[in-house]
Design a protein around this ligand. Structure first.
Ligand code: NZQ
Ligand code: ZN
Length: 384
């Protein structure tokens, strides 16, 4: 096992009716910047529950944080927050609203150009306290220090991490997810699945507990994910998927093991260039990346085939190929086909993505640092 430090300060409040806990968690008399997205929280009653729970606080509302949240939009929230002298940020929505709110909470007290926080040139020393009400299980943002912010003026989509960005608390009521459209349900299940894979499907590191955590999450998503599509108002599958998504990226399963994240790096470029949903990009890239890397990932691919897909017969090459094929078919069944052509995109993207990653100096990628520009082109060419 590799050395690690594990510290996660987020208080997670999970279950039916738990939005009422905001009345306990948000300080009385706080001036709260209530940040949300395009309005789903009005339609599904979440906004009304939040307002009822926050009686006695001053609410300054900022709506309109878009999927793949934009720096330009978020700077309007920063200006509003500074003008209104808010002292607490409450994010209500999916990963985009949570990520955007992390940036806003960091940027309001930040002296200097706030883009430096995203571009990892500046290290924020402080942030406004942040609380979250999550309505879309997918990213793990509710219990991690990461955020992914896009910038319209430059076409960039960049991920950053800050110790100051951990929420103080996150409320997860699975009933808030009943209103999700099938596309977002699919996105959530696929994103959580791929987060787990990025920390599991590398090479053996004598970490059997982490492996079994990961395999438990993957198998649970395989079982419960399709149920959430079939029965939108069935509480138990929603609760199980929601808890899986949090555990997939709250730091626990990644302790002491090598990590990949190349699928995410390529995926962010596809979103930046062509606007695909985050999880659509992951469904496109992952199976082809696994095929390209099947030699260096062979030991874990065989373990994945055995323990996640119950594949124990046939040659090693066959079991590996079957596990990769079944993974792609699962994404397809959930609603995220594993091919660029399904989203109207063609092979011209492959070189463009490789060039962008090379220009930014982030190549080579992968747990062994062997995903270079040539491999990026091969993966995305195969992803047609
Ligand atoms: O904006 P509203 O009206 O709220 O609608 C949203 C949005 O259109 C809708 N939605 C959310 N909850 C709903 C709902 N609709 C009906 N009922 C509900 N209960 O869903 C749409 C998509 O929301 P979004 O927040 O964009 O989705 P997601 O949670 O998948 O977040 C994606 C973003 O997170 C980043 C991605 O790159 C992307 O920008 N990621 C963040 C990570 C992190 N912080 O650790 C890691 C991930 O790998 C990922 O990169
Ligand atoms: Zn992701």
């Amino acid at each position: 096992m590799l050395n690690f430090a594990f510290h996660n300060p987020v208080k997670l409040i999970f279950g039916k009716g738990q939005i009422a806990a905001l009345g306990r968690e948000v300080p009385e008399g706080a001036r709260v910047l209530l940040a949300f997205g395009g309005g789903s929280i009005y339609k599904n009653g979440v906004h009304a529950q939040v307002v009822a729970a926050l009686k006695g606080r001053t609410l300054v509302e900022f709506g309109g944080i878009e999927p793949n949240p934009k720096f330009e939009t978020l700077m309007d929230a920063v200006d509003l927050g500074r003008r209104e002298e808010v002292d607490f940020v409450l994010a209500v929505g999916g990963g985009s609203v949570l990520d955007g709110s992390k940036f806003v909470a960091l940027a309001i007290p930040y002296e200097g150009d706030p883009w430096a926080i995203v571009a990892r040139r500046g290290r924020p020393r402080t942030a406004l306290p942040l609380g979250c009400v999550l309505t879309l299980p997918a990213t793990g943002s509710e219990m991690n220090p990461f955020a992914v912010i896009s910038r319209s003026s430059t076409g960039e989509k960049l991920a950053f991490s800050s110790e100051q960005a951990y929420p103080r608390f996150s409320v997860l009521d699975p009933e808030t997810t009943f209103s999700l459209p099938p596309r977002q349900i699919a996105n959530g299940v696929v994103d959580a699945f791929v987060h787990t894979i990025e920390q599991y499907l590398t090479y053996p590191a004598d970490a059997p507990l982490q492996d079994r955590f990961a395999e438990g999450i993957l198998r649970t998503l395989l079982e419960e994910g399709p149920k959430t599509l079939a029965e939108p108002r069935d509480y138990a599958p929603r609760a199980n998927v929601m808890w899986c998504a949090t555990l997939a990226l709250n730091g626990l399963i990644g302790c002491g093991v090598p990590q990949d994240w190349a699928t995410h790096a390529l995926g962010h470029e596809l979103t930046a260039l062509r606007g695909l949903d985050h999880a659509q990009t992951l469904a496109v890239v992952l199976p082809h990346l696994l095929r390209e890397q099947r030699a260096s990932k062979a030991a874990k691919l065989l373990q994945f085939a055995d323990r996640v897909w119950d594949l124990r017969i046939g040659t090693e090459a066959d079991r590996i190929e079957d596990a990769i094929r079944l993974t792609g078919e699962f994404f397809d069944r959930m609603g995220n086909p594993p091919r660029l052509s399904a989203y109207g995109l063609g092979p011209e993207l492959a070189q463009e993505v490789a060039d962008r990653l090379a220009l930014r100096g982030v190549l080579p990628l992968g747990e062994r640092g062997d995903v270079d520009a040539e491999k990026v082109v091969q993966i995305l060419t195969a992803a047609q």
